[in-house]
Design a protein around this ligand. Structure first.
Ligand SMILES: NC(=O)c1ccc[n+]([C@@H]2O[C@H](COP(=O)([O-])OP(=O)(O)OC[C@H]3O[C@@H](n4cnc5c(N)ncnc54)[C@H](OP(=O)(O)O)[C@@H]3O)[C@@H](O)[C@H]2O)c1
Length: 266
């Protein structure tokens, strides 16, 4: 047992990290180590209240803070693709990612587009295609679904400019096959921002390689789910702590799946 933090000393003495240092801390590991195969690495980023709630009145913003948004922005700036469930897109009014000048050189050197693509996972494909997410993206927004998705809706999504990625043969996407399907499009550094249903499916499929968890020093009680709201795992899946940052009483923990890459979904 050891103490990682004490407010009376650490707040006075610990230097504040720059965005560049945060980016180094969260750099993706060598590609090829991920559980989803095809050189993918799937990282999740979520914020939860002290009592485990993932939203307050349907939005995650009341649980967040400036430091959380700084990490959120850095994680996006490091990713090839942001994978998000359709319900979060609808509820949070998702917009396309914006280029950040501070990351332009780094992204170009890695052969990345100026911004990560947003990949919306949906079975029903009932999305508002008049929104900027589809009409104004810097790189085309992706829709991830199953080959059995309704043809008319797939065609409508394509007409709206979305690139459709199939993962699995059913009406819904097979979560075990999503990382490899995106990697086949050259999108290997993957970041999922949830929501809880999608994250729970990735965890259940054994393809979530890493979890970045922000813990907000707030409680909200009420009915909000935890960060994963999917099928029960037959056995607990072990993660190892890779780092903890703190600002303003928020904790920013990063965990890596102990079995990442050892039981590939391929
Ligand atoms: N605290 C945080 O960090 C955080 C992060 C994200 C979201 N949130 C909150 O979480 C709430 C929304 O989360 P949620 O759990 O209800 O929904 P969600 O996971 O964002 O989205 C669920 C939807 O994703 C699609 N989907 C999921 N798995 C799929 C699969 N295998 N194949 C095809 N489509 C699939 C379906 O879309 P269709 O219905 O279109 O078929 C499903 O209805 C919001 O209140 C949001 O604010 C919080």
């Amino acid at each position: 047992m050891r103490r990682l933090f004490h407010p009376s000393t650490d707040r006075r003495t610990a230097p504040q990290w720059s965005v560049e240092e945060i980016a180094e801390e969260y750099a993706y590991p060598p590609l090829g180590e991920g559980s989803g195969g095809a050189g993918s690495w799937l990282r999740g980023n979520m914020v939860a209240s002290l009592d485990g709630a993932v939203h307050h009145q349907g939005r995650s913003q009341p649980l967040s803070c400036k430091a959380d948004m700084r990490i959120f922005g850095v994680l996006r700036a490091l990713a090839d693709v942001v994978v998000v469930g359709a319900q979060t897109v609808r509820q949070e009014g998702y917009r396309p990612a914006k280029p950040r000048s501070g990351f332009a050189g780094r992204r170009a050197a890695l052969g990345q587009a100026p911004v990560p693509a947003i990949a919306v996972v949906s079975a029903g494909l009932e999305l508002d295609f008049t929104q900027p997410l589809f009409t104004e993206p810097v790189v085309p927004t992706l829709l991830v679904t199953g080959r059995g998705a309704p043809e008319g809706r797939v065609a409508r999504a394509r007409r709206a400019g979305a690139e459709v990625v199939f993962a699995g043969e059913g009406a819904a996407a097979d979560p075990a096959r999503v990382p490899a399907a995106l990697a086949a499009h050259g999108l290997r550094r993957q970041l999922t921002e949830g929501g809880p249903k999608l994250l729970g499916e990735f965890a259940g499929a054994g393809v979530l390689d890493e979890l970045c968890l922000s813990i907000a020093p707030r409680i909200v009680a009420g009915p909000a789910p935890r960060i994963m709201n999917g099928p029960l795992l037959p056995d607990p899946d072990e993660f190892t702590l890779e780092g903890v940052l703190e600002e303003g009483g928020f904790l920013f923990a990063r965990y890596r799946r102990a079995r990442a890459g050892t039981d590939r979904a391929e």
